[in-house]
Design a protein around this ligand. Structure first.
Ligand code: NAD
Length: 465
């Protein structure tokens, strides 16, 4: 499960050889460690107008309060981020991040100044640099020039993300028309994209739909006081999700099949949570999850539908069993569990559902018609489930991983695996923790304004959108 090539091109003699031969050199990505600084250098905030000013104020304010109030209704933003912020590109400064606030673009010409200012910084960006755009949805306007400018931001960002080097990423927040840039989910989304938590998220545009959500008292403990269930938690991505949710302050219920009981107990012990041996396809799985969470921890706030299986076959050779078992675990179980939670009356305090989709469910993958149908299903499911939770301040969202280094992908034949893990802008597979970080973000109270969306964690996989 280790990427030997990545290790070789980043160490000693083999690093020099790879340089001389001009081989692709995937960078070691900076990943989150509690207490580390948000960024390791200055930030350039580009764009004009009140939104750009508000973002610059947020980023530059000392911890404990900004120098100027941001907006009357955003008191919790007052815990500033204490970054060195520049409003104009200064030659020779090595920026750690560039934020382009493009909410007021009304014509493609309006992109020229901020984009060219960003361009002037690119050759000297620090390793693992972040470029983040903040813009408005093109679909929200009937004015052709405005729509062109806004849609242009998407194309620009996705292309720039492919040009960044040394583990740098480019992502964007697309903020609904009536939502201020100081809304909790914009602030938390910006922080997520700037931080090392989003190491393997690249080339993505995440929509913020409303100003719902609440910023944490402590950015290191955004899930403090929450009880979270993670299915398929005995190993792989699920175990990493349990670790990250616990690190972020949640009490975790780790769920997996009885056959994985020993590994499950280890994970539950490690995160100081509890284990629940359960096949998620059981007819009463939802009731049992809720019963366990309430009996052992008094409440249930977050459900992460992670349990999943593959049974790959070309459709011409697909058996009923291979088709049906994948659909049963990967989507039918989620639907049934959600139904039980929604009708229970006990999942009503700003609940969060986060489900595992896959880039296969978006772009399709040869030999995976069953898996892709189930994962496409997850994307549709969260879109339609989110409105059912809205009355309680709840959300449902999905994360779509690309190639992640796990036992599931270790089963792919060696050559195909080598190729598959290079086919993204970061030229490497992601780690389970990368998926877990995105899930923790979407599960947090601050992400309450992100509703029914799917965030890809794929290093900007070359397939699909
Ligand atoms: P994995 O096979 O390593 O782990 C899956 C876990 O789910 C196992 O512990 C398994 O016992 C459990 N599980 C399976 N069926 C279950 C059931 N009926 N009830 C309860 N638990 C059950 O897989 P992984 O690579 O960690 O993947 C986790 C999730 O991420 C899956 O939904 C998968 O489809 C998705 N995903 C993975 C990748 C990747 O590259 N690994 C990419 C995209 C999506």
């Amino acid at each position: 499960m280790t990427d030997t090539y990545l290790e070789l091109v980043n160490s000693g003699l083999t690093k020099k050889l790879a340089q001389q031969l001009g081989l692709p050199r995937p960078a070691r990505l900076r990943r989150h460690r509690p207490g580390q600084p948000l960024l390791d250098g200055p930030v350039l905030v580009l764009g004009t107008g009140p939104d750009a000013d508000a973002v610059a104020t947020l980023l530059s304010s000392p911890a404990g309060g900004p120098t100027a109030p941001l907006a009357a209704d955003t008191p919790s933003v007052l815990d500033g981020w204490d970054l060195e912020v520049h409003r104009h590109a200064t030659p020779d400064v090595r920026y750690a991040a560039v934020v382009l606030v493009l909410t007021d673009v009304a014509h493609p010409d309006d992109l020229t100044a901020p984009v060219l200012a960003a361009a002037s910084t690119l050759k000297t960006l620090r390793p693992g640099a972040r470029v983040v755009t903040i813009s408005r949805p093109a679909l929200d306007t009937d004015a052709p020039a405005v729509a062109a400018a806004r849609q242009g931001v998407d194309g620009f960002l996705r292309s720039l993300a492919k040009e960044l080097r040394a583990g740098g990423t480019g992502n964007g927040l697309v903020v609904a028309a009536d939502v201020p840039v100081t809304a909790a989910s914009v602030v938390a989304g910006l922080r997520f994209f700037l931080s090392a938590r989003s190491a393997f998220v690249d080339g993505q545009l995440l929509e913020v739909d409303s100003d719902a959500g609440e910023l944490p008292a402590d950015w290191e403990q955004p899930l403090a006081g929450k009880v979270a269930v993670v299915t398929g938690a005995a190993r792989g991505i699920g175990a990493a999700i349990a670790d990250v949710l616990a690190r972020d302050g949640a009490t975790v219920v780790a769920v997996d099949v009885p056959a994985a009981g020993e590994q499950l107990a280890q994970v539950a012990n490690r995160v100081r949570g509890t284990a629940l041996q359960l096949d998620v396809t059981a007819a009463d799985a939802g009731e049992r999850i809720l019963e366990h969470a309430r009996a052992r921890h008094g409440r249930l706030d977050v459900v992460v539908h992670n349990a999943g299986i593959t049974r790959d076959k070309l459709l011409a050779n697909m058996s009923d069993d291979k088709w049906s078992s994948v659909l049963a675990v990967n989507i039918a179980a989620q639907l049934r569990i959600n139904e039980a939670l929604l009708t229970s009356g006990d999942f009503v305090d700003a609940p969060r559902i986060v489900a595992l989709a896959s880039t296969s469910g978006i772009a399709g993958n040869r030999g995976q018609t069953n898996y892709a149908a189930s994962k496409g299903g997850v994307i549709g499911m969260v879109r339609a489930t989110a409105p059912l939770l809205a009355a309680f301040g709840g959300t449902a969202n999905a994360v779509a991983p690309g190639f992640i280094e796990t036992e599931m992908t270790a089963r792919i034949p060696a050559v195909t695996r080598q190729v598959a893990r290079r086919l993204n802008s970061l030229q490497q597979g992601g780690l389970p923790v990368d998926v877990a970080e995105a899930i923790a973000f979407l599960a947090s109270p601050a992400a309450g304004g992100i509703v029914g969306r799917t965030l890809r964690v794929c290093g900007q996989n070359m397939v699909g959108r």
